[in-house]
Design a protein around this ligand. Structure first.
Ligand code: FE2
Length: 287
């Protein structure tokens, strides 16, 4: 098996989004515009409510899917399909914007802990850009968690780990999305489909990633929180933790299609972006 090596380590940049939410962005930046099929990766979270209470008031999306994973705290949401509710600690929300939705996402001050989570945008292929919008939410208790004897814990959000299938099954790009915790001295290995784009986001501790020699630990790349790392092609991801590390591991099949993006709209051509803006002006955005 070819172990994937690390080809890039990126420090997320702070950006202001929505009505004034401070977050750390790793995809959709000048450094990394697009990591086919992933369009955006944001890490939001702060102990200071002023950094997020302004939230993301009503806004449109078209042509993409979004996956929100809450580590802590709570985000209230509602959308043009009539859905509403709260995404809380450990919950997942995934939404197929398709032809178009309008929604709001409002982080709230938690009773305890901090407000923290991730949002990933996954591209839709040309033939599904205008598919019917869908919204699904999963509670923390519905997300399978594998606890191994060696202390490694994996929450299987999408994809599969040691035969346990993930909670999210209908994202069109068929991504894998794991939340992995490795205790001191633990070795994690996970097969990843050859050809799939694969990244990890380290948000606790430090791990050694890549094609590391298991005796000398040579050739691995030591990466500590908070960093985004991109793997080269191969069919296995290997991570060793000297101390403790927690990261998400995401992979998906690249689409290899042209993209035209304008804020929350991601299409294939600039004409389609113009159409989205026209639909919004004309009040025909939500089909
Ligand atoms: Fe949104």
């Amino acid at each position: 098996m070819a172990v994937r090596s690390v080809i890039d380590v990126i420090e997320p940049i702070y950006v202001m989004e929505g009505a004034g939410v401070l977050l750390r962005r790793s995809i959709a930046t000048r450094t990394l515009d697009y990591l086919d099929p992933f369009l955006l990766f944001d890490h939001f979270g702060s102990g200071n409510p002023e950094d997020y209470l302004a939230g993301f008031p009503m806004h449109p999306h078209r042509g993409i899917e979004t996956v929100t994973y809450m580590l802590d705290g709570r985000v209230d949401h509602k959308d043009s399909m009539g859905n509403s509710g709260s995404i809380k600690k450990g919950d997942i929300q995934w939404m197929t914007a398709g032809s178009g939705i309008l929604h709001e996402e409002m982080p709230k001050e938690p009773e305890e802990g901090i407000m923290e989570g991730f949002q990933l945008w996954v591209n839709l292929p040309a033939n599904l850009k205008m598919t019917e919008p869908r919204y699904r939410g999963l509670k923390s208790s519905q997300i399978p968690e594998v606890k191994r004897d060696d202390g490694i814990t994996v929450k299987v959000i999408a994809g599969e780990f040691e035969g346990v299938k993930g909670a999210v099954k209908e994202i069109f790009a068929d991504p894998e999305y794991l939340d992995v915790s490795i205790p001191a001295g633990g070795l994690f290995e996970q097969p990843v489909k050859k050809g799939n784009t694969t990244f990890a986001y380290v948000f606790e501790g430090e791990g050694i990633f890549g094609d590391l020699n298991l005796n000398s630990l040579n050739n691995g790349k030591s990466v500590s929180a908070t960093r985004f790392l991109i793997f080269d092609d191969g069919d296995l991801v290997r991570v060793y933790a000297r101390d403790h590390v927690r990261f998400i591991l995401v992979s998906g099949k690249p689409l290899n299609e042209p993209i035209a993006r304008y804020g929350p709209f991601v299409m294939n051509t600039s004409e389609e972006i113009e159409q989205a803006l026209k639909d919004l002006r004309d009040g025909t955005f939500v089909k």
